[in-house]
Design a protein. Structure first.
Length: 83
């Protein structure tokens, strides 16, 4: 099962990236926070501080991933081609 589907590049996600060092990913609906954290850490070789999730009214699950202070979210966004 592929846990992380794709990153979101919206105005809100850019604001969160700059102010709170977070990125937003659309993830598999059945994925747990621990699975999401592990998948992001393995994929980007970084440390994740916290994961919060939200299911939209369209039934899409989004993960708000907060990275450790020494890992700038902007670097990861650049690696993904979002910036």
């Amino acid at each position: 099962m592929r846990i992380i589907k794709y990153p979101l590049s919206t105005e809100k996600s850019i604001r969160l990236m700059e102010s709170e060092n977070k990125l937003i990913f659309v993830v598999e609906k059945k994925a747990t926070k621990a699975e999401i954290k592990q998948a992001v850490e393995e994929l980007f070789k970084t440390r994740v501080r916290r994961v919060t999730t939200l299911i939209t009214k369209d039934g899409e699950k989004r993960a708000f991933v907060a990275f450790a202070p020494d890992v700038p979210a902007i670097d990861i966004a650049t690696e993904l081609g979002l910036m």
